[in-house]
Design a protein around this ligand. Structure first.
Ligand SMILES: NC(=O)c1ccc[n+]([C@@H]2O[C@H](COP(=O)([O-])OP(=O)(O)OC[C@H]3O[C@@H](n4cnc5c(N)ncnc54)[C@H](O)[C@@H]3O)[C@@H](O)[C@H]2O)c1
Length: 207
């Protein structure tokens, strides 16, 4: 039976991948778990343990071949794949996400943006035209949609998620400050948490 990979491990794989990318660009051919750990500020035993979920990568004494490990991680976390993304809510956050070119560079293609407010329908945001949320069924029939960004007010969030789940969405990046009830993977984004964490570090003089 396949080992269940804990969510925190999956999250860290993305960090490892970015770190390896940088190491590779710096021309570092082999890397020890200690080096990855130091760069990311975590324990090297943690790095070794996380990577061991996916089989034996490194060689004792030599470490990991940077490029090979990067390629293996690409396969595991699906970086080689393009993901189709839609944004629900064409307000401040939704518009910013739909306009963000960096996502496409990371292979997350925003292919649609939807809103319930008719006055926003037809507006151009980046390369996209805002569609009414009632057009979502039709959109799913014509497109493969894997990820949705939820940028609607708190009170609309659950209703939107229920609909997206019914249509077969695979995962959600949620900006609404609410715990969603769903069986699909959700990544909550909370900017206030970053501020709280920063103020905590400042107060305790932590770098
Ligand atoms: N996570 C964070 O760090 C963070 C930061 C700021 C705001 N937020 C949250 O993100 C969400 C969006 O914030 P914003 O500033 O972009 O709000 P906004 O009011 O600018 O935009 C929300 C949009 O959602 C649309 N909408 C409402 N109900 C809808 C529905 N049922 N279907 C489709 N569209 C619908 C509205 O018409 C509006 O255009 C809010 O829940 C807000 O609390 C989160």
């Amino acid at each position: 039976m396949e080992k269940k990979i804990p969510r925190p491990v999956i999250k860290r794989l993305g960090l490892y991948y970015r770190c390896l990318n940088r190491l590779y660009e710096e021309g570092i051919e082999y890397v020890a778990s200690k080096d990855i750990a130091e760069r990311l500020g975590i324990k090297s035993s943690q790095v070794r343990k996380d990577l061991s979920y996916f089989g034996e990568f490194g060689k004792r004494g030599v470490g990991y071949n940077t490029y090979e490990l990067m390629e293996r991680l690409e396969d595991i976390i699906g970086v080689n794949k393009y993901w189709n993304v839609i944004v629900i809510g064409a307000g401040n956050i939704g518009s910013a996400i739909a306009n963000y070119e960096g996502l496409r560079k990371e292979k997350f293609n925003v292919i649609g943006i939807f809103d319930a407010d008719r006055s926003k329908v037809g507006r151009k945001i980046g390369r996209l035209i805002v569609k009414h949320f009632s057009e979502i069924d039709d959109f799913f029939k014509k497109n493969i949609v894997e990820i949705a960004v939820l940028a609607v007010p708190e009170n609309a969030a659950q209703m939107v998620v229920d609909k997206l789940e019914e249509l077969g969405i695979k995962g959600i990046v949620n900006f609404a400050p609410v715990k969603l009830r769903t069986n699909i993977p959700v990544e909550d984004v909370d900017i206030t948490l970053s501020f709280k964490s920063l103020s905590f570090k400042i107060e305790r003089n932590i770098e």
